[in-house]
Design a protein around this ligand. Structure first.
Ligand SMILES: [Zn+2]
Length: 429
């Protein structure tokens, strides 16, 4: 649980805030009845008929079964995240929506930057096509759990994998020639190490297991989002084939050619200013990007509106960063809900268009982080913001700014929210 020590490290928050977030006074046995029972998506299986090699690269079936014993709940949650209405919609747009040149035209590393947008396709059709594409995706990727060293910043990495699909891949249903490239997802092995340690600690660590398992499931689909972009991306395949040809030519001429990294010029979704399909997916499904501070399951999961300056400049393609970001704490009932089969069953049997916000996380309490102590949040307009507590100009002067508590409770956000996301407040402790 988010214990007293972890709470104390956020001294800008009030005791009342933790109560509002559902982190205090959890009754014993609150986890009873939790846990998912659904099927695991083919993306996470050991192998599938018709694949030239197992999905789990360089792992025996026995090793996979041992991994599965620990990761089954994570795969079930990842499957639910992958197949929820918002996610299916997003994957449909990523894979099927036409790529249009940015206007005004943006270039990145010498290549034109493209955008993809929502279209008018009806929900049932969108979901059908996305599900089919995700099934095909399971035929063209590989997975490994890897030691990321001390770099806990990286929870997962996706890279192009041409080795087993030299002709390219096709995950659309238009029977065109292959128009994308296979991919490999590498996930930080620390997730498994921590989960196993918590497992051995037994019942007392159930809440930490939900925290780390939820973050791992989010990470996994974040990486799959990058992979789906690769698998449906003609220009990347062309670049890869060009590079292969250069290399072959160099070899024939007895010349050395240094391996050249492909320019991963990812596309922009709608008006977003960052080209990062993984975060774009997180934003579409959850309303922001989900983080586990310090990779520490004793900490509460947090989330940010995305894009934000904390994510670095690598993916910025247009406009500038807002010089501040708010770190919101994920309410405990949300974590309970997404890990409860009953919650999923209560609405997924008859999905409606407005269920697109079913997994959006409520912004209740958080704190503001600044780019630097000199940056002022110049575009913040009090009358248009629901973030109730905000420093006045007087408070902003006077040197170094502290982390400032941001509360939206006063704005009555919880009650006013008309979307189905309101269900996230139900069923919790
Ligand atoms: Zn990413």
């Amino acid at each position: 649980m988010v214990d007293a020590a972890a709470r104390a490290s956020y001294d800008m928050l009030l005791d009342l805030d933790w109560e509002d977030l559902g982190y205090v006074g959890l009754p014993h046995g609150h986890d009873r009845g939790l846990g998912l029972t659904g099927e695991i998506h083919n993306l996470f299986r050991y192998n599938l008929p018709g694949r030239p090699i197992p999905i789990w690269y360089r792992q025996s079936h026995g090793q996979y079964l041992a991994t599965l014993a620990v990761l089954r709940p994570v795969f079930r949650l990842a499957t639910n995240f992958l197949l929820c209405p918002a996610s299916l919609g997003w994957f449909y747009y990523l894979i099927y929506a036409p790529r249009k040149l940015t206007d005004p035209l943006i270039q990145h590393n010498g290549d034109d930057v493209f955008e993809y947008r929502r279209d008018g396709t009806d929900m049932t059709e969108r979901h059908r096509k996305a599900r089919a594409a995700l099934e095909r995706l399971a035929m063209v990727h590989t997975i490994s759990l890897d030691d990321f060293g001390n770099n806990n910043e990286d929870e997962g990495v996706t890279s192009v994998g041409t080795k087993f699909h030299q002709q390219g891949v096709n995950i659309k249903d238009d029977w065109s020639p292959p128009n994308g490239i296979g991919f490999h997802v590498s996930i930080n092995r620390d997730f498994v190490r921590i989960l196993m340690e918590l497992c051995m600690e037994g019942h007392d660590s159930v809440t930490q297991m939900f925290v780390i398992g939820t973050k791992m499931a989010v990470t996994w689909i974040h990486e799959i989002a990058h992979g789906a972009w690769m698998a449906s991306n003609l220009k990347l395949r062309e670049a890869s084939r060009r590079e292969d040809a250069y290399r072959a030519q160099a070899l024939a001429n007895h010349l050395q050619r240094e391996p050249k990294e492909l320019n991963l010029n990812e596309d922009l979704f709608e008006d977003e200013n960052c080209a990062e399909p993984g975060y774009s997916w997180e934003k579409f499904v959850f309303g922001g990007n989900i983080e586990l501070p310090y990779f520490n399951p004793d900490r509460p999961l947090v989330f940010f509106k995305w894009p934000n300056f904390l994510k670095g400049d690598r993916d910025l393609r247009r406009r500038r960063w807002k010089p501040s970001a708010t770190q919101y704490f994920i309410p405990w009932p949300w974590i309970i809900n997404v890990n409860s089969q009953k919650w999923w069953d209560s609405w997924t049997s008859s999905v409606r268009e407005d269920h697109i916000t079913a997994l959006h996380i409520k912004k209740i309490v958080g704190y503001r982080i600044y780019w630097s102590s000199l940056s002022l949040d110049v575009d913040w307009i009090p009358s248009e913001s629901s973030e109730g507590v905000w420093p006045t100009d007087e408070e902003l002067t006077g040197g170094e700014k502290p982390f400032l508590r941001v509360s939206r409770k006063g704005a009555g956000v919880r009650n006013k929210d008309p979307s189905f996301a309101g269900a996230n407040e139900l069923g919790g402790p």
